[in-house]
Design a protein around this ligand. Structure first.
Ligand code: PLP
Length: 421
């Protein structure tokens, strides 16, 4: 612990809050944040010499586990050939072809370097092609840190949301309407009043950013219907969901076709790589064919693309999805059975290896539900697990990930630790 404390102390002198992304600071669970030295498979080794089973997995990016041999080899080989040119490469063409072949709604795809950029571009395309300015988002969905998405529900449905961060122009909030997740009645009411002004409805088709929340049956199909009726584009933000539950989008699982989709995390194989794509009629409006501007110095760089391509290749060959789902099921059954019989105040929400230990006995269907969770109990659970050698996401409102590298023993040992905690 000494090591982590002194590293964090140094970090705070030179990095705002000591971290390069806020949740890493442990503000919601307390204590000193962990420093990682290395990772292999499902394990990470900390700077103070402990080995932890990692259920954060870089927020889902490391679906094959850390330092997968083939991905490392692909990165090394490409690094020796050059990491970025700012000139086209065959690799990015192959990667885009791969994505378009695997994801039904993708006719065109542009590569970017973060999920935030992908969402920002999707929103710009939606505004550009519809000539409208309003965006509808759902409370508790996270779409990266671009201005118009840092908005939460305000006092009234029709007045636009409230900014969740200083530094953003106030009119941005009035252009973003915020509706409770899974609430079709609220959405219909909004669309009845403001439908003609709405450029896009953006949604996480499976929510990973208020803890795991699933769409209710018919919710996503109804979004498609509502978007069509009011002439808005439907954007699925699949930065977490894409390639997480199978070698495609969750849209395919749900049988719903969004106009635009954003991908990130898994597709980058652990490097900064994300994508935005969709129907050609919309995507071809991007420069240079169209007038909607978007660009990036490192976009589609061969190093990141090599990692992404290799990751998709391994996922296709080894198809670990069923196993990850079974392990997730195992985790939730052990936790929920013991929690119910012992009267423990938490439940495991789980879908195909993605999970949240919600410190609340009833299921969570939206942000209002999530907010009633006992975050202090979660903080205790988090630290108790950390002491026993398991790294969970350091916030109640995030999801844990079982990767292809986790073994049955990893998951069962974790489940038993949780209910013994
Ligand atoms: C992580 C995430 C983002 C942002 O991606 P970054 O690469 O962190 O910018 C956007 N949308 C969703 C659903 C995410 O989970």
């Amino acid at each position: 612990m000494k090591t982590h404390e002194s590293l964090f102390k140094r970090a705070c002198q030179v990095i705002p809050g000591g971290v390069n992304s806020p949740v890493r600071a442990f503000n919601s669970v307390g204590g000193t944040p962990v420093y990682v030295e290395s990772g292999k498979g499902a394990k990470i080794r900390t700077a103070d010499g402990r080995t932890l089973t990692d259920f954060c997995c870089s927020w889902g990016a490391m679906i094959l586990g850390h330092a997968h041999d083939e991905v490392v080899a692909a990165i090394q080989a490409q690094a020796a050939l050059g990491t970025t040119f700012g000139i086209n490469t065959a690799l990015e063409v192959a990667f885009a072809e791969r994505l378009c072949a695997l994801v039904p709604c993708l006719e065109r795809v542009r590569l970017v370097s973060s999920g935030t950029e992908a969402v920002m571009t999707a929103l710009r395309v939606a505004r550009g092609v519809t000539g409208r300015k309003r965006i509808v988002k759902f409370d508790g969905c996270y779409h990266g840190h671009c201005d118009s998405m840092l908005v939460a529900a305000g006092s009234g449905l029709l007045t636009g949301g409230t900014l969740t961060s200083p530094g953003i122009s106030r009119h941005v909030a009035s252009d973003t309407f915020v509706v409770p997740y899974n609430d079709l009645a609220a959405l219909s009411e909004l669309v009845r009043e403001k439908g003609q002004e709405i450029a896009a409805i953006i949604v996480e088709p499976v929510v990973g950013n208020m803890g795991l929340v699933m769409p209710e049956p018919g919710f996503l199909a109804k979004l498609r219907h509502i978007a069509d009726r009011c002439g808005a584009l439907l954007i699925f933000d699949e930065v977490i969901a894409g390639f997480r539950f199978g070698l495609s989008s969750y849209a395919k699982v749900a049988g719903v076709k969004p106009d635009l989709i954003t991908l990130g995390k898994v597709i980058g194989g652990g490097l900064p790589l994300a994508a935005v794509g969709g129907a050609a009629v919309f995507m071809d409006e991007l420069a240079p064919r169209g007038k909607i501007y978007q660009a990036g110095t490192l976009s589609g760089n061969p190093l990141a693309v090599a990692a992404g391509l290799k990751t998709l290749e391994v996922l296709e060959r080894e198809n670990p999805y069923r196993r990850m789902a079974q392990l997730g099921e195992r985790l939730s059954v052990i936790v929920n059975t013991a929690a119910a019989s012992k009267g423990l105040p938490f439940r495991c929400a789980q879908y195909e290896g993605v999970f949240t230990l919600f410190c609340r006995a009833q299921p969570v269907k939206n942000l209002a539900d999530a907010r009633t969770c006992d975050t202090r109990a979660y903080a205790q659970l988090f630290h108790s697990m950390l002491n026993r050698g398991f790294y969970l996401p350091p916030s109640q409102f995030e999801v844990g990930f079982i990767s292809a590298a986790h073994t049955q023993e990893d998951v069962v040992a974790f489940a038993h630790a949780v209910v013994g905690a």
